[in-house]
Design a protein around this ligand. Structure first.
Ligand code: SF4
Length: 103
């Protein structure tokens, strides 16, 4: 998840100055359209696609592991907050010893 945020910030840091510099080369009404389109294609869509991929890859960890029912599990980051590690289908950081119900 941090990687998605990192690359989104990098793309934003590159795209926004380029869009701003492009202002001199386009008529203002086209610049707004081009800017909105660029932001959508280079910043929003890749971030959305990466997040969708992240959820798809981790959907079994989020729904079918011991961690998914533990109060220390952060579903949005697929992270055990107690151990600060990412559980997988084969790897549970505490091996079940620190599991606590989330409700
Ligand atoms: S404490 Fe154990 S069971 Fe709970 S989220 Fe962390 S690794 Fe998973």
């Amino acid at each position: 998840m941090g990687e998605i945020v990192y690359w989104t910030l990098i793309r934003t840091a590159i795209a926004l100055p380029l869009i701003w510099l492009a202002k001199d080369y386009f008529d203002e009404k086209y610049w707004w359209i081009m800017g909105a389109l660029s932001i959508t294609l280079f910043i929003i869509y890749p971030a959305y696609y990466s997040y969708k991929n992240f959820v798809e890859i981790n959907k079994n960890v989020i729904s079918n592991t011991l961690c998914s029912s533990c109060k220390h599990f952060d579903m949005s980051a697929v992270l055990c907050m107690k151990y600060d590690k990412h559980p997988t289908e084969e790897y549970i950081p505490c091996e079940g010893t620190d599991w606590e119900p989330n409700k």
